[in-house]
Design a protein around this ligand. Structure first.
Ligand code: NAP
Ligand code: 8YV
Length: 321
């Protein structure tokens, strides 16, 4: 394996760098003086790619520039940064990092729900600014008696639902299909789900299929007491429509971990007092990021040792080697 050439799209955790550099010949694309020239000159040697959601995407052109590519191992359960259809057409397997981050992301999502409804960051600022002696912090909204709508009841959506059920909340969900093994109310579209819940939690994948799934109509259906939480992808929510809805009272508040053009966050969103904004940190504990990184290493090692990928995505069938 030491003679196997791997392309890394951007800097990764030390655990991934050392895990891969100890076993493969790793080429750091972001350190190349001319990355396109590197792909032209050395592309034929590359058999594996280590990618990440927040790094340079693995578009069809990159896959085309790597004629002997066998596997793309992505750091992240979401993989809209990899052109999986181009990979599938070429018989290239794509892997992601499911399960190892599910509980961490669900914990943070519940934290974001409570922080938004009970205005925790604002209350913290209120105390630090010395305003408590002047007057008590205003009374807030509540979780009591509320229904949570999960848009995307997958691994993470289910883990969020389990936690919020334990808080005594009613759960409803929307997806492309009804799931028979859950007791939650099913709504076939996002507008219907928003109309039936108080707190809408978005946890679908990104990509073209879900782009702007939460639009002005969904926000209107959520209503003036409604709360939007987004831990899925920024692209799923129509951000200008959200800003308008937060400003004019169409919805009450939003808690967001993801944005349309990360790491840029619109000033208008930052200026909204009724938002809690996090810099895409739902999986960002050392423990969980290391587990994700280890899975990237494990996928590449397993593949090149002839044992197949550990966590291939559904769109890329595993080719025989
Ligand atoms: P998953 O198990 O594949 O769940 C995704 C769910 O979304 C599925 O249940 C699917 O249900 C639903 N879905 C897909 N397309 C839909 C559509 N058009 N309309 C409604 N529902 C749709 O994935 P996961 O592990 O839970 O991760 C979900 C996503 O969370 C990731 O793809 C990523 O974008 C995001 N994420 C964010 C962070 C963060 O740091 N903020 C961390 C991890 C993951 P159906 O098949 O029934 O439609
Ligand atoms: C990470 C994520 O922030 O797994 C995902 O899909 O969005 C997060 O866990 C991301 O992968 C970091 O690159």
């Amino acid at each position: 394996m030491a003679q196997t050439d791997i392309l890394m799209m951007g800097p990764m955790l030390p655990l991934v760098m050392t895990g891969l550099e100890g076993r493969f010949r790793v080429h750091r694309l972001w350190e190349q003086e001319d990355p396109d020239a590197f792909l032209r000159d050395k592309g034929a040697a590359i058999r594996g790619v280590a990618a990440a959601v927040s790094r340079r995407p693995v578009r069809a052109e990159i896959i085309a520039a790597l004629p002997n590519l066998e596997i793309v191992a992505n750091f992240g359960v979401g993989y809209e940064n990899v052109d999986v259809l181009a990979a599938a057409r070429r018989g290239v397997v794509v892997t992601n990092t499911p399960d190892v981050l599910t509980e961490e992301v669900a914990d943070l999502s519940v934290g974001l729900v409570i922080a938004t409804v009970r205005r925790i960051p604002e209350a913290d600022r209120y105390l630090r600014e010395g305003r408590w002696p002047e007057a008590p912090f205003p009374l807030t909204g509540t979780l009591r008696g509320k229904t949570v709508g999960i848009l995307g009841l997958g691994r993470i959506g289910r883990a969020i639902a389990t936690r919020l059920e334990a808080f005594g909340l009613a759960i409803a969900y929307c997806g492309r299909r009804r799931q028979d093994d859950v007791p939650y109310a099913y709504h076939p579209d996002a507008v219907a789900l928003a109309g039936a819940c108080d707190i809408l939690v978005v946890v679908t994948p990104g990509g073209e299929e879900t782009r702007n799934l939460v639009d002005a109509r969904v926000l209107k259906a959520l209503g003036p007491d409604g709360i939007l939480i987004n831990v899925g992808r920024g692209s799923v929510v129509d951000e200008p429509a959200l800003i308008q809805a937060l400003k004019d009272g169409t919805i009450a508040a939003a808690g967001l971990d993801v944005f349309a053009d990360e790491p840029r966050v619109p000033d208008a969103l930052i200026a909204c007092p009724n938002t809690v904004l996090l810099p895409h940190v739902a999986s960002a504990s050392q423990h969980t990021r290391d587990a994700m990184g280890q899975l990237v290493v494990d996928n590449l090692v397993s593949w090149f040792e002839g044992r197949g990928p550990v966590t291939p995505v559904a769109e890329t069938p595993v080719p025989a080697r």
